[in-house]
Structures are given as C-alpha cells and as structure tokens.
Write a protein that binds this ligand. Structure first.
Ligand SMILES: [Fe+2]
Length: 265
C-alpha cells in the first residue's frame, strides 16, 4: 500500500522529534502493509512550520538511508501538507510548494473550521498552473461537515478529496466519522491516507480495521480504488479515478438507523 499523507520526518512539525521514532514509524508502516510513504510535513504560512523543500528532501534521504540499512521495506518520498491560504497560487509559481513525490499533486490541508472566502479561486488558480489539488481530511472541516452539499461544489471544482483512515473508526469524533462515510458513499473519497504523526496514537496500525469498515460500507472495489489504486496514480502523476458511489439500492439495504449513525454496514 501507499500512504500519501504522513508526518514521518523528525523535528520538522508535530511529527516525531527523533530519527529513531521516524524509523519506528517506518517499521509500523511495513507491518501494516505499506511499501511507499509520502512525507508531508505541515507548511503553514506565517508560522514556524514553513520547511524549505531542501530540508524536506534532506530529511527523506536521511530517513531512507536508515530504513534501508535496517532492512525495513518502506521507501519515503518528499511532499508537504500545505495549509489552505489565499496566496497559494503565487507561492506555487515561486517554486515553494512541492508536489507529492515529485508529481504535480499538491496536498492542501482543509481548515478545521471554515473554508476561506474565495476558496474556489485558489483551487482554480492552482489547477490553472497544472496542479492536481488534493484536499486533506475535509471530513474534519466543521463547515463542510455541517453542510455536506458543499462537497458537491468542491468536487465539481475538480478537487480530489483525501479522507483519513482513522476518521472511519471515530478517531476524530462522531461528525468526522459520519462525514467520512458520507464521502465514501458519494464516491468523493478519492484517496485514503493515514495522516500518521507518531508510533502510538496517530499511526498506521489501525488501517486494516478502517479498511474493513470502508469495504463493508462501499464494497471491495471502491475501497480498493480509494486505498490502493488512486494513491498509486498520485505517485505516478496520473489522473485519479472517481470511486463508484454506493447505489440507492445498496443504501436501502443498510438499516436506516445505521445510515443515520454513519456506519455503513
Ligand atoms: Fe496531516
């Protein structure tokens, strides 16, 4: 498997503080069945979290060297999780925002409360510059979760959505769980990712359980597109597939009270 969202690099953001912990995360990734992981440290304009591309690339080279030496079968690639901001188009032109693993896909962090005014223009600008825009964990954005119809506009704007595995297990609360299942059912959860930060709380260990919940809700084929096919296409710089939405017929088979609770199966 491939993870397109991970805070595995040490000493850059709120991920691990030591290289040892990063290596341990690499081991947990291998154990969970991952072979490729994109390191996506936070990049938040106007804060201490604005790592240069070279710092991220150096971190990736150093971590890969240790992983290879310890014969841990995981390879790390460079990327960033870029906070949503009105000035992103300009920053991209300046070459400050790297794509995921050298691709043209940018991972943009969904705000936790409101989408900024003019978000449509920001995405339009980035897309106009040849970027693929992937919005990270939109199920955790309060405004979007409270008004799921907004997701139609986001997806119609050509934005791809990345949902966190742990959201399906309630790791970010009930609203995020309901929204994650809603997005999966609509065929809007283009990619699943771990958003791992450490070795104990936000780590790759619960992926299998989350995947089973997704498979139960949307079927094996759509789950495979979200978990394996599309992350692979991100790394290859190819267009992403839209996972098949859950049909009304299948939705009807799920008892109404489970649908209301957001648990599909
Ligand atoms: Fe993240």
């Amino acid at each position: 498997m491939i993870d397109i969202h991970s805070h595995i690099l040490p000493g850059i953001d709120d991920g691990p503080s030591t290289l040892e912990e990063s290596v341990e995360m690499g081991r947990l990734y291998a154990e969970a069945g991952f072979s490729r992981v994109v390191a996506t440290p936070h990049w938040v304009p106007g804060t201490a979290w604005m790592p240069g591309r070279d710092a991220v690339e150096r971190g990736v080279v150093a971590l890969n060297a240790v992983l290879a030496k310890k014969q841990i079968g995981v390879r790390v690639y460079a990327g960033m999780e870029i906070a949503m901001d009105a000035g992103l188009g300009k920053l991209f032109v300046q070459g400050r925002l790297p794509g995921l693993a050298g691709s043209s896909y940018l991972l943009i962090e969904a705000p936790f409360q409101q989408m900024p005014a003019g978000w449509e223009q920001v995405f339009l600008k980035l897309k106009g510059k040849g970027c693929g825009v992937i919005l990270a964990h939109p199920e955790r954005c309060g405004q979007l979760a409270a008004d799921p119809a907004m997701f139609d506009a986001v997806v119609e704007a050509g934005v791809f959505l990345q949902v966190n595995y742990d959201s399906f297990l309630g790791g970010y609360g009930r609203q995020a769980a309901d929204t994650a299942f809603y997005l999966a059912g609509r065929g809007y959860a283009h990619c699943l990712a771990t958003d791992s930060h450490d070795t104990a709380y936000r780590y790759p260990g619960r992926v299998q359980k989350a995947r089973e919940a997704v498979e139960k809700a949307v079927g094996d084929e759509a789950a495979d597109v979200m978990a394996r096919v599309n992350p692979g296409r991100v790394l290859a710089g190819k267009g992403l597939h839209a996972p098949t939405p859950v049909t009304e017929k299948r939705r009807r088979k799920i008892p109404w009270w489970r649908r209301v609770m957001g648990y599909g199966g």
